[in-house]
Write a protein of this length. Structure first.
Length: 263
């Protein structure tokens, strides 16, 4: 097996280790639109990173954290519905990012926009793998610490408050973890498809799960199957790797849904 394929498989498996459990929380709390908001903001973070000669991973994490804090503050005094607020931030960040990248290209700076939008998993380097491993370990450790609180909030937010859980702090921590995952997954499936990698394996796992922990574990397994299958399809038919992974996840979702619903 070629080294670049092995690195791609490892990168994909690292991402699903954290996107599976986080995706379950996203599904439970119906936060898919929030995932889109952070994903779209990643393009602006990437553009700012390139402009100021900073590693895009760092700039994406920083901007994701800024947007997370801003959302928590704005949700305390809502003058708009959450969906409208998220829509404004998501599409505003995406538009600003595209404008900045276009301006840099017009000045002669080479920017591979397609690799940011749809991922470039086959070009993952050893250094990027090390970055991913460190961030994944950080997210896994933080998620294990917050897991019980996240479950309580997902079941009933007001009851969680009455039990002494710092709901706003836990919500902000979860948003920052999402920003970290977006930074990690950006190389694998791209900015436009990150949310799909979060919610599709989790949605597939839901019908097979007897507990939240089981759902998180099964979603990781489904995500791994999607990564390996998508990369296999990409190599066989020369299709883009990131979208192929998402297509594999979608096919797995419908196969499990229709096959097991008919049994």
């Amino acid at each position: 097996m070629d080294d670049f394929i092995l690195r791609a498989i490892i990168a994909g498996l690292l991402v699903v280790l954290v996107s599976g459990p986080l995706g379950c929380v996203v599904v439970w709390r119906r936060m898919a639109y929030f995932g889109d908001t952070l994903a779209h903001s990643a393009l602006l973070g990437t553009a700012l990173g390139i402009m100021f000669d900073v590693d895009p991973v760092i700039s994406v994490i920083f901007l994701g954290a800024v947007f997370s804090v801003m959302l928590v503050v704005m949700q305390r005094n809502p003058q708009l519905g959450n969906d409208a607020l998220l829509g404004i931030i998501a599409h505003g960040a995406l538009a600003f990012g595209l404008v900045l990248l276009a301006m840099m290209q017009n000045r002669g700076m080479r920017v591979d926009l397609m690799s940011y939008l749809f991922g470039d998993i086959l070009a993952v380097t050893n250094t990027e793998l090390l970055w991913m491993a460190v961030l994944v370990l950080l997210v896994m450790a933080s998620l294990s610490y917050l897991w019980k609180s996240l479950l309580s909030i997902a079941v009933h937010e007001e009851l969680a408050r009455s039990e002494g859980i710092a709901v706003d702090r836990v919500r902000l921590s979860f948003m920052i973890l999402m920003a970290l995952v977006v930074a990690v997954a950006m190389k694998v499936v791209g900015i436009l498809l990150i949310t799909a990698l979060l919610i599709i394996p989790a949605a597939s796992a839901r019908r097979f799960s007897a507990s939240p922990q089981a759902m998180a574990f099964i979603s990781i397994l489904f995500g791994m199957v999607a990564v390996v299958s998508g990369l296999f399809v990409s190599m066989q038919w020369d299709s883009p790797a990131g979208p192929s992974i998402v297509v594999a996840a979608v096919v797995l979702f419908f196969v499990t849904r229709f096959k097991f619903s008919s049994m």
